[in-house]
Design a protein around this ligand. Structure first.
Ligand code: ACO
Length: 426
């Protein structure tokens, strides 16, 4: 028998029936696509707290349990046993690559990492000191001018090519955005370096590709740094229908070029309620300054008359520990002895976490540390400048956005995203 939900309009006592669609995991949904045609009313769901905007097979989150899966596989298993490029392949192809597939994928990404020389000139148009997120968003939109034939991106091979190209180029564009922001010469990607190592290289190298070496001639990009960054990229790779992915799908729904859809995702991610929180966490920890000041800031976060919020705390979906935050906390402990982790910032962060996890205000609202709470301390240890924290998030998330874009395109049920409103004006 078909499962349904019955709603009664108490004004007219008329009843309406709506189908329930079962999920393979997580909550079922009520199909209200005919709600308006049948009832003459819209539904109101500010912030989409109860609305599923699409059907998806990519990522699953159980917010109550604190569980995250890509293509059905738990994030803990993925970060432990697989590299970021394997995760990209998994998201795009619904299966992990074998050795040969991984090698081909890696090689192709290396070859595609260069950007067109004309795009390089675009950066000169931006003022010195421009935030890399603004430049990154603009330059990503500009990439669409080089690959303009988007109406022909309509079969599997063209989807995959378009996806691989953007995944490969975004780190280069992000690194150029940073180098421009500090007035440093651009460093082109080095085809002999892995995806994650190459990004550190493009941020750190001197012209001619020379790398600063330590006093003893040791390599300045350590394996442990590459591994840590690779894990950070994996943890950011996708997160179902968050604000930036919703922006990407919204633009996709109009039929615009996929790279301007990614640019919209980058813009949406910049805000501090979303990916921009990682930059704000470090700014906040620095503002708090010392462990002794933590109590005063916790009191401010709890004061309803004060707009101050603890950055890196709370999440729309996770009402338990963010599993990505747990992994990063473990990574932070591993790196403590190997890299120069800022012990003062770590102490302040640990104290905030300890208080918040035992405080009635945070417990009753189910506010736990999210991924951004820990990523900042680790990125600082990797010598990544604060302004590049959110671009790092972008690099990791590009595969998720583009996979969601492809899923949107293949879904025959999808329509232009066009919500309705409750008009309360004159
Ligand atoms: N500090 C203090 N109080 C908070 C915090 C916080 N970080 N987050 C939420 N609250 C409180 C709210 O004041 C509200 O309290 P009330 O019920 O007394 O009014 C309650 O918790 C619910 O908060 P909402 O804003 O309704 O929750 P929502 O799901 O809309 O917002 C969000 C989620 C935006 C992440 C929010 O928790 C927040 O602003 N956090 C700080 C920014 C941050 O870390 N963002 C990164 C999110 S992860 C990511 O995007 C990668």
């Amino acid at each position: 028998m078909k499962s349904t939900v019955t709603m009664t309009d108490n004004r007219t006592e008329k009843s309406y029936e709506f189908d329930i669609i079962e999920a393979t995991r997580g909550p079922s949904v009520v199909d209200i696509s005919k709600f308006y045609s049948e009832t003459g009313m819209f539904t109101y769901d500010n912030g989409f707290t109860s609305t599923a905007s699409c059907k998806s097979k990519i990522t699953f989150i159980d917010g109550a349990k604190g569980e995250l899966r890509y293509r059905g596989i738990k994030i803990e298993e993925l970060t432990l046993n697989h590299t970021y490029l394997e995760i990209c392949y998994l998201l795009l192809n619904s299966k992990l690559p074998n050795e040969e597939e991984l090698q081909d994928f890696d090689l192709e990404l290396r070859h595609r990492s260069l950007i067109h020389e004309n795009l390089r000139h675009l950066f000169q148009a931006f003022p010195a000191g421009a935030h890399p997120m603004a430049t990154l968003s603009a330059a990503t939109a500009a990439l669409s001018t080089f690959y303009y034939d988007h109406l022909n991106i309509s079969n599997e091979a063209s989807y995959q090519e378009m996806a691989r190209r953007i995944i490969a180029k975004i780190p280069t564009v992000a690194a150029f955005a940073y180098r421009h922001s500090i007035g440093a010469p651009f460093i082109h990607p080095d085809i002999d370096r892995s995806f994650s190592e190459n990004f550190l290289y493009m941020l750190r190298a001197y012209p001619g590709g020379k790398m600063h070496r330590g006093r003893n001639g040791e390599h300045i990009i350590k394996d442990i740094e590459v591994k840590a960054l690779d894990t950070i990229f994996t943890l950011h790779a996708d997160h179902e229908q968050n604000a930036s992915t919703t922006a990407v799908r919204g633009v996709a729904s109009t039929g615009a070029h996929p790279y301007v859809a990614i640019s919209a995702g980058i813009s949406a991610l910049w805000g501090r309620a979303h990916g921009g929180a990682n930059e704000s966490v470090i700014a906040q920890l620095k503002m708090i300054g010392s462990v002794e000041n933590v109590d005063a800031f916790i009191a401010r976060a709890k004061d309803p008359t004060d707009e101050f919020r603890l950055m890196g705390f709370g999440h729309r979906v996770y009402k338990n520990f963010d599993p990505r935050a747990k992994i990063l906390k473990g990574l932070q402990d591993q790196l403590k002895n190997e890299l120069n982790l800022d012990s003062n910032l770590m102490q302040i962060a640990n104290k905030i976490e300890e208080i918040a996890l035992n405080d009635e205000y945070f417990i009753s609202r189910k506010l736990y540390p999210n991924i951004d709470f820990y990523s900042g301390v680790i990125l600082t240890a990797l010598q990544i400048p604060t302004s590049m924290f959110t671009p790092v998030f972008v690099i990791g998330r590009t595969v998720g956005w583009i996979t969601q874009w492809i899923e949107f395109k293949k879904d025959k049920e999808m329509k232009i995203a066009r919500p309705r409103q409750l008009y309360i004006g004159k």
